[in-house]
Design a binder for this molecule. Structure first.
Ligand SMILES: *Cc1c(COP(=O)(O)O)cnc(C)c1O
Length: 499
């Protein structure tokens, strides 16, 4: 199987090239040139497999230039009991007869980005080696919090890589800061940048586009790369857990192999729900894909009207990982749904860049409507749903998951469809403890407690266990205390790379 670009059909590269490059040269995203089929007999077999074995089935269909041995190594290095604190890696929790919570947050940073970022470093270094590129990969990340930590955990001590993360000095919570500044590993570096997230991100972007710097690094056998969510190597591992959840439900006799399910996903960049769409196209019996947004509901409007319009107010919400106005992975969906029309996709993307909006054709709109349902929930609705879910089912969800549960409740009410639904749970409630605690108990004075006291309170009041990666944080040694100016970022990188 080869990979094309969403913006140029004449491009055709192997999976290792797609992963090593990240983005196609003309700005398009890499997409597989055909969709592998997993039959129901396959799914039945997979029901008796471990998560790693299921991952091998799925990844093997897409990464066809990887040897079995290479795939095995990547998968078993990523999905271990030590890192995920559970053998099942991504367990399914039955809330009630219609709602099944797929817990994607048992990894080292307690959020679903670990599912992809634990394996990406291995896929990337294997790809670089396969292509015969004699170079060290230097991962550069600007982060507003969660992605940076997940990338650090994924890349730490992976041979052939170094990783440097910049975060805005004013823009992360105290737990997020501690998580990053106590990071272990011999190949990692973390620095705060004076300013806000845009300052950090613009600084990183300027370094990525600096041709002279690229040459300098190459002379030293180094190449910059990003751990960005548009890399195919981050998307493909996400397809696995939808098959895995379905297999778990078959195994637990909640469904029979072949029964249709719905999948509901709290969405930001459209990566996670796109993976579910790929699963559907591959033959997983999925009826509707329910796309849940917070108050930044650009996707809800798009699914319902066919008009994508980013010219709107941006809201800061209690589900910050979904506060996004440009969902970059949507480009892959448009490519698939238009039947591989790179010219059509390029035109939409050019309009988006120029005017901030585009309108899809009636055919595309219809096809999207047949596959997807779009809904949204604001902070108030999200908080109500956290409380209601706990009161009814004694289960605590984080804010992002609650947006999904809320939209799914509304979907059932509006459509009368109570098909069993896999709801992707993208973060541990401990990650957003302040918002979760005040939703569960309006009298909680969250402002008076520091984040560690909030962790303890959430655990004590609701009989939960603080994830070990957060529990020990307060006592850990701070390894990184550098704060630099925007124009010093390159110097910080050079200083680190010297060693
Ligand atoms: C990144 C993230 C999301 C959004 O996922 P996309 O793939 O960008 O749609 C949702 N919830 C949490 C907790 C996240 O970290």
């Amino acid at each position: 199987m080869n990979y094309k670009s969403t913006r140029d059909n004449s491009i055709s590269v192997k999976s290792s090239e797609a992963i090593a490059k990240g983005l196609s040269a003309e700005g398009g995203l890499f997409v597989p040139d055909s969709i592998p089929v997993i039959s129901q007999t396959n799914i039945k077999y997979m029901a008796d497999m471990s998560y790693c074995e299921r991952a091998k089935e799925i990844l093997g269909r897409f990464l066809t230039d990887f040897t079995e041995d290479e795939l095995d190594k990547c998968i078993t290095s990523a999905y271990t009991k030590e890192k995920f604190e559970t053998n099942s890696i991504a367990p399914v929790y039955k809330l009630n007869n219609s709602q099944y919570i797929l817990e994607l947050w048992h990894g080292p940073t307690c959020a679903f980005k670990d599912m992809a970022l634990q394996i990406l470093p291995h896929l990337l270094t294997t790809s670089v080696k396969k292509l015969g590129l004699d170079r060290e990969t230097v991962i550069l990340v600007a982060t507003s919090g969660d992605t940076g930590k997940a990338a650090l955990e994924g890349f730490k001590d992976v041979d052939g890589t170094k990783i440097i993360v910049f975060f805005p000095d004013e823009g992360v919570s105290s737990i997020q800061r501690l998580q990053m500044c106590t990071q272990e590993g011999d190949n990692v570096f973390v620095s705060a940048v004076n300013g806000n997230f845009d300052d950090a991100q613009n600084g990183v972007k300027a370094i990525f586009t600096d041709k002279e710097y690229e040459k300098e690094l190459l002379a030293d056998k180094k190449a910059l790369s990003s751990a960005n969510s548009i890399n195919w190597g981050r998307l493909v591992p996400q397809i696995v857990y939808y098959f895995s959840a379905y297999c778990d439900m078959v195994k637990a006799e909640e469904i029979q192999c072949g029964d249709e399910v719905n999948i509901c996903v709290p969405t930001g960049n459209f990566g996670n729900i796109l993976a579910a769409y790929y699963a559907k196209c591959m033959g997983l019996p999925v009826k509707k894909l329910i796309c849940a947004s917070n108050k930044n509901n650009v996707l809800t409007d798009f699914i319902n009207t066919g008009v994508y319009d980013r010219n709107r107010d941006f809201f800061v919400t209690t589900s910050p990982s979904m506060d996004i106005l440009i969902s970059s992975n949507l480009e892959r969906l448009l490519y698939m749904i238009s039947g591989g029309r790179a010219d059509v996709v390029s035109a939409y993307m050019a309009e988006l860049k120029e005017k901030g909006t585009y309108t899809v054709s009636d055919d595309i709109k219809k096809e999207i409507g047949e596959n997807f349902y779009g809904g949204c929930a604001d902070d108030e609705k999200c908080a109500e749903t956290i409380k209601e879910t706990y009161d009814k089912f004694s289960y605590v969800t984080d804010t992002h998951t609650s947006v999904a549960v809320s939209v799914h409740n509304e979907y059932m009410k509006n459509t009368g469809d109570d098909t069993k639904t896999i709801i992707a749970s993208t973060a541990s409630p401990f990650k957003f403890n302040g918002a979760v605690l005040s939703a569960l108990d309006k009298d909680t004075q969250t402002a008076e407690l520091d984040e560690f006291r909030l962790l303890e309170k959430l655990a004590k009041d609701y009989e939960l266990r603080v994830p070990s990666s957060l529990a020990g944080l307060e006592e850990k040694e701070v390894r990184f205390e550098v704060v630099c100016d925007k124009n010093q970022m390159k110097a910080v990188i050079n200083e680190f790379l010297k060693n």
